[in-house]
Structure formats: C-alpha cells, structure tokens
Design a protein around this ligand. Sequence first.
Ligand SMILES: Nc1ncnc2c1ncn2[C@@H]1O[C@H](COP(=O)(O)OP(=O)(O)OP(=O)(O)O)[C@@H](O)[C@H]1O
Length: 276
Amino acid sequence: MSIIIETKDLWFRYPGIDTWALKGINLTINTGELIAIIGQNGGGKSTLAKNLNGLLKPTKGVVLVEGLDTKTTPSHEIVKRVGYVFQNPSHQIFESNVFQEVAYGPRNLGLSEEEVKDRVRWALSLVGLEGYEDHNPYDLDYGKMKLLTVASVLSMKPKVLVLDEPTTGQDHAGRHLLASLVKKLNREGFTIAIITHDMRFVAEVAPRTVLIADGQKILDGPTREVLYTVDVLKKAAIKPPQIVQLSLALREHGFSFSSLTLQEMLDEMRKLIKNP
Ligand SMILES: Nc1ncnc2c1ncn2[C@@H]1O[C@H](COP(=O)(O)OP(=O)(O)OP(=O)(O)O)[C@@H](O)[C@H]1O
C-alpha cells in the first residue's frame, strides 16, 4: 500500500496563542483508506484535518501529501489532492445556485466549460442531487446542503476527502445516506478521513480509527480494537457506541461478544443460538 499523506512530528500553534493545539503527531494515511479521527471537543481534530490539506501549515514538523511538503508547495497543488468539507455548510457555500457552486472548483482549475459541466453532473449524481442544478443552495434542507458541499469538493476530483463532522445536524435518514455515500466513494477509490464525534457512524463506516486527545495521537488501529479500548476512551471522555457498551456488559455475563454494529450483534446472537 502506498502512503498518500504523512505527518511527521507535527506541532501546531495558532498565531498569538501560547498553547500547542497539536503536539508531535505522527500519522500515515495509505491510498484507499477510510479512517475516522475521533476525540473530545478542543482535542485538536479539526486542526489536524486542516493541516492535512494545507489550510493550516505546521508550526514545527512536516506534512507530506503525495510526497509534497505542504509548507513549501503552492496551496493549489495540495488542495487539488486533498478536498476539505467543512463542518458548517455556510462556511463553504457562496454561490447563488447549485450548478455554480459545484462548478466553482473545476472552473478554478482552468478546465473547459464542457469538462466543468461533466464534472458537475458527475458530482451531483454521486451525492444524489441531480435535478437540483437551478436551486438556491440556501433553499435546500440542511442534509442536502451538506451533500452539496461534498459535491463541490468532489468536482475537483481530489484523491483524498476530509469530512469534518459530516453527521452533525443530520436526521436518521441523512446519517444513513451519508454512511452509504462515504462507503461508495471509498469503493470508487477515494481515500477518506472523517473527523467526528459520532461513534455509531465510526463503527458503521471506518475500518481504522485514530484517537486524538490534548493535541496528541493516543490510539491508532482497527476500529474494533480502538472502540473496545474503553479505559483509554474514558480518559479521553469518549463514550463507545451503545452496541460496544452492550457487548461489554454481556461479556461480564460470560458471553464473548465483540460487535461494533447492531447487524454484527444480531449475527453473533444467531451463531450463539445455533451453537449454544
Ligand atoms: N482559530 C483558532 N484560533 C485559536 N485557537 C484555536 C482556533 N481554532 C482552534 N483553536 C484551539 O485549538 C485547540 C484544538 O481545537 P480543534 O478545533 O482543532 O479541536 P477539535 O478536536 O476539532 O474540537 P471540536 O470537536 O470542538 O471541533 C483548542 O484548544 C481550540 O480552542
């Protein structure tokens, strides 16, 4: 597997602030991975995410995107490779209709109008917003607005997508749609990093999870391993998903459950009923 993003001893401090938001993060993301970055409020997740696409540059240490140093490489070369979807859609949307919004990035890349149209069509169909081209983005409901921000980043065809809190403000249907979309995009070859508080979402979609607390990387491994390291999660004020809590409670009664999702628990129960 080839490395697509690498942070080496990454330290970051906001200008005028004495404390470090990131303290020596070493993180490797491989091409084609789907990872979740979790942690309590103020732990440094968003700061890390913004360092991954060059929105912020390391105070100390290095971030490499396909081997390019984000500090010395022109920003457009990094942004072309790593797309960042903001937590709050209104921080990203500024055009007055959906088509123009999605076309903005590819136009900035200097593509022909034909190619721009193709990209807009492709990106809108990936997120299920075809037919909305003429709508004002601010007339869309929150869930669709969020999908629009994903489409406008996708239209630049980055290799890596960083999604900051994609499920915030989503209802059950919106979460479900986003989970399917994230998995579909990953199958289509996008490398994806999701910054989130939503542990159920993590359990459903991400094979690998990184825990950030107080600016440091505390855990990094398969999601099952990380979400079952409950003592460390507790110290970082993270509650594992309910299914993990239930599995652990059942373990205390002699059952060896290790489910991450409801479906997995049902499968484990079926097995148990067949072979008690
Ligand atoms: N623009 C900024 N200027 C100064 N300090 C900032 C800025 N943005 C974040 N910080 C500080 O940096 C630290 C890390 O914040 P960050 O937003 O990266 O954490 P987070 O884990 O993403 O939190 P949340 O889940 O609340 O978004 C915090 O102490 C925060 O107060």
